[in-house]
Design a protein around this ligand. Sequence first.
Ligand code: GLN
Length: 304
Amino acid sequence: MDYQGILDQIKNKIDCRQLSGEVATYIPELAKVSPDKFGMHLCSTSGDDFFFGDSNEGFSVQSISKVLSLSLALLYEDDKLWERVDVEPSGDPFNSLVQLEYENGIPRNPLINSGALVVCDTLISNLKDPKKEYLEFVIKVAGNPHISYNEKVAESEKANGFNNAAMVNLMKSYGNIHNDVDTVLDFYFHTCSVSMSCKELANTFMIYANHGCLQETGEQVLSVKRTKRINALMQTCGFYDEAGEFSFRVGLPGKSGVGGGIVAIYPNMYSVAVWSPKLNAKGNSTAGMLALEFLTDMTGSSIF
Ligand code: GLN
């Protein structure tokens, strides 16, 4: 497959300046990023890399981190986690509070904010130094010691994270948050603040294309069964109330973040990350969705 030729065509077909969408502003630090950034990186399981544009520039992974925190939490909690978080698509925005009340503080899934906050709560219960150990896990999966938190982004979100604070408090009132509210929020904001480039993200998500094994060493970090389940959650819940649309147009398990990144995997074949900060009304990158739609259309490589 001529992936580089296809990526070059995608780059030429998409003019980010012409596309609609807005850079996220509710986290003021994210509003500083240029709306015209655009990059894409694809890693194949055969060990080749293909890319264009700003694929080497770091950006805030935001909700993409929810896949990694879930992966780490499952190593400690296993099936116990599913007593506190469900596995159903929400059909609601990522930061919605409404379902939480009538579903008694049990989040619909771990890839929306409420679910990720419970996942963070379990990590705080299980880890001695959650921020340090979470980052060590990400570094291991990424095979890259340079990945780190962006403290400015974490602080910026903390100063404005009233909606997430409301969610943690509501869940705490139902007994579904076991640790201190501010500790949970601080840890969650840090996980979201991790900065990665498309290249680094695509490399990191190779683990989900490789049935839980690291590409470099072959080490089985996540079991085959867990990886299957995490991929299923990305497929059904990775884009909030646009998960159906992403399945329909792209047809791969994937995850987006309000930093404008989207990562998707095709099991046994590749992992691909794309970045363009202008978001549609559902909080997903407009150019990112289009680029991935072109990719799976042109390669015929959707899982469907
Ligand atoms: N940190 C962001 C928030 O909690 C993550 C949201 C996202 O990327 N969809 O609002």
